[in-house]
Design a protein around this ligand. Structure first.
Ligand code: A2P
Length: 330
């Protein structure tokens, strides 16, 4: 089996290589591709050294699967060329997520959205992935009416540039690379992506639109504020949920603890709640601070934390590929 990783030199791409190893997908012909800047560069996979190749060479090799994390314009340009060769593409960018012919998939939630004819599958935005894993059982049981979200997103979500800017600023250096208009060290920036006419950012609208698509309910009211915080890895989210049907909070806690991919960390008496430092390098979504919101009829609050490079990106993509291989679907 041949698997291409497009963007293999990036933060998410290199984590994808690690995840392929962790999922035991090592007995493959790996085709690591990146931009022309990186061709010939050596990377390690499954104990062997591989040379980075061009995207064109990866297409010519006709891989069975291609996992992309190289930005939306690269995906727009190249994903269809892989697909034309019969390759199944799992794309981590925003390029295809809202295309009605492309399934937007979180395996624990809606793997059944993938049909045999699909050649491009979209991986959702990091903040959406971790939130819908937690929301899935609640939506199934009670129907979600409205979500009010505030995110606390780490700088690794902005790729290597985000990490470099924060590290330089922590050392008191003027950063030659900038992922943000403002310093992120000692700061909090309520701005992710570009602003629209209504004053929302593209990152906020991803949470609105992707959540509705994955949970298959266009009527869920969603409003979000996306915030970048000086944390190196792991996104946190305060999620206020209003459901259509009434619920008991003990049932919600039980449902969450039984949900695949979720770990409930919720014991205020022992100061136990999820935090990015402890979610780091883990594949699960951590949920805590589970409590009723008495300001509305059927309301609750959740605090949701996950490693954005793992479950928010690489883990989710490799899980999709592993599941397709298990199903015998190419
Ligand atoms: P390169 O390292 O050659 O620039 P990150 O999000 O961590 O910055 O990573 C982005 C990834 O996408 C890198 O592997 C980068 O390769 C790759 N990439 C960026 N632009 C292109 C392109 N036009 N074609 C192929 N890969 C690209």
């Amino acid at each position: 089996m041949k698997i291409a990783v497009v963007g293999a030199t990036g933060l998410v791409g290199s984590k994808m290589l690690q995840l392929l190893e962790e999922y035991g997908l090592t007995d493959i012909e790996l085709l690591p591709a990146a931009s022309s800047r990186s061709i010939g560069k050596e990377i390690k996979f499954a104990g062997k050294t591989h040379k980075v190749i061009s995207v064109e060479d990866a297409i010519a090799a006709c891989p069975d699967y291609a996992i992309f994390s190289a930005g939306a314009s690269t995906s727009k340009q190249y994903a269809p060329l892989f697909a034309e060769k019969g390759c199944t593409v799992v794309d981590n960018s925003s390029a295809w997520r809202m295309d009605p012919n492309v399934p937007l998939v979180v395996p624990e939630v809606n793997m059944d959205a993938v049909k045999p004819e699909h050649r491009i599958i979209a991986n959702p935005n990091c903040s959406t992935i971790q939130m819908v894993v937690a929301l899935c059982p609640i939506h199934k049981a009670y129907g979600i009416k409205r979500l009010v979200i505030a995110t606390y997103q780490s700088v690794s979500g902005s790729g290597i540039k985000g990490l470099q800017q924060m590290e330089n600023e922590e050392k008191g250096l003027e950063s030659p690379v900038k992922a943000y208009h403002y310093p992120i060290h000692h700061n909090v920036i309520p701005h992710g992506g570009d602003f629209d006419d209504q004053g929302y950012t593209t990152e906020e609208m991803k949470l609105v639109n992707e959540t509705r698509k994955i949970l298959r309910d266009p009527d869920i009211a969603v409003t979000a504020t996306v915030v970048r915080v000086p944390v190196s890895g792991g996104h946190s989210e305060a999620v206020n949920v209003e459901t259509r049907k009434p619920f008991e909070i003990k049932d919600v806690r039980k449902m969450l603890s039984e949900m695949p991919g979720v770990v409930v960390v919720d014991d205020p008496s022992r100061n136990l709640y999820p935090m990015p430092l402890y979610a780091y390098d883990k594949n699960e979504v951590f949920v805590g601070r589970i409590r009723r919101d008495d300001s509305v009829e059927n309301g609750m609050n959740l605090w949701v934390v996950s490693d954005n490079i793992r479950k928010g990106a690489a883990t989710n993509a490799v899980q999709i590929v592993a599941q397709l291989i298990r199903q015998g679907q190419k």
